[in-house]
Design a protein around this ligand. Structure first.
Ligand code: DAH
Length: 346
């Protein structure tokens, strides 16, 4: 039996030497080591051997089996490697070349500044409100104490929607300012409240470097007991100081808006020249920033707030203008015309 084992080993190794491909290798493996293979068959006779022979033959056959298995595996591996190398040569792919980077978008400068404005007012306890861009005539005008046929409507000549009618609140209009959200907020939350409303607004406007039909505003509204304009001055000075990162002063001038009484315009000190006067502040030392005032009692009533118990102030400034000031952009149209060469600079 020993000789038979040695012969199987010899035959197997000789046959292995002649093998040229993986299929032949597999067949050969079955022939010698398979369940009905030569070696397996021979080993079935081990149980009939004498007790003296059994361990010797057992050991030998095991060694031969392991040796053969190893020989088959080594050759198999060699074939696999050759196959891979051949494929690689055929279809060369350099795995060390860096991939193509996809262009990444980024936050629009208008949104960047809006987020900053929201963060600062949030820190001062203001909530962020939103309102519809397609607004009813009522909220955009009447609710804000701008009656029909009032000349103040000419200040905000605008786009009306042809077919859309809001049953109770008149025709629909692309809102001309963020102020309609004042009444909506009071209706929804009552007093006291503190909100800002950033948003997109629309005007029927001949466009030029400083006018566009679409732009962005931020509305502010604070309603509480014993509120005066000194609170507004403090809040705005603090807001602008945090926004610009240096001390900013504010001043009031009288101004007219139908939804406030008294109404005012707020300017802030020119940071470029330190109030000495320069081109940016038109040699006045101050920059015109926003309209504001004490909320008109008709507006409080429209929002369902009792003017005898509560009062407050409101303001509205141009977010678009703020972005233009901050980055020295001299044409408003650049911000919304989608020109990548411009927008990629931020
Ligand atoms: N809505 C005004 C506009 O678009 C700006 C404004 C002025 C808002 C005075 C206010 C305000 O809240 O009190 O021109």
């Amino acid at each position: 039996m020993k000789d038979q084992l040695e012969k199987i080993k010899k035959d197997a190794l000789e046959a292995l030497n002649k093998i040229k491909d993986i299929d032949a290798l597999k067949n050969l493996e079955v022939k010698f080591l398979g369940r009905k293979g030569l070696l397996t068959n021979l080993l079935r006779g081990v149980k009939d051997l004498s007790p003296a022979e059994k361990p010797l033959i057992g050991k030998l056959s095991n060694t031969i089996k392991v040796d053969l298995e190893q020989a088959f595996a080594t050759l198999g591996q060699k074939f696999e490697t050759e196959k891979l190398e051949k494929e690689l040569k055929k279809d060369f792919f350099d795995t060390t070349i860096p991939g193509t980077a996809r262009p990444l978008g980024h936050i629009h400068p208008l949104s960047q500044v809006q987020e900053e404005v929201e963060r600062i007012f949030n820190q001062m306890g203001f909530a962020i409100m939103d309102g519809p861009e397609v607004e009813s005539e009522y909220y955009n005008f009447e609710g804000l104490n701008i009656p029909k046929d009032h000349p103040a409507r000419d200040m905000q000549d605008t786009f009306f929607l042809k077919d859309k009618n809001d049953k109770d609140h008149g025709r629909m209009v692309l809102r001309t300012h963020t102020s309609p959200v004042q009444v909506r907020t009071m209706e929804k939350y009552g007093a006291p409240l503190r909100v800002i409303v950033p948003g997109r607004v629309f005007r029927y406007e001949a466009t030029d470097a400083s006018h566009d039909t679409t732009f962005y505003q931020v509305e502010g509204l604070l309603i509480d007991k014993n509120i005066s304009l000194s609170h507004l001055k403090g809040v705005m000075a603090e807001f602008l100081t945090r926004l610009f990162g240096k001390p900013v002063k504010v001043r009031f001038r009288p101004g007219y808006f139908p939804f406030v009484e008294p109404g005012l315009e707020l300017d802030f000190s020119c940071l470029l020249c330190g109030e000495k006067g320069c081109r940016v502040c038109k040699h006045t030392g101050w920059i015109e920033f926003m309209g504001a005032g004490m909320v008109h009692e008709n507006v409080l009533k429209a929002g369902g707030v009792d003017p005898k118990e509560y009062q407050g102030w409101a303001f509205g400034f141009g977010l678009t203008r703020l972005v233009m000031m901050r980055y020295g952009i001299d044409d408003i149209r650049l911000l919304t015309n989608g020109d990548q060469r411009f927008i990629k600079q931020f």
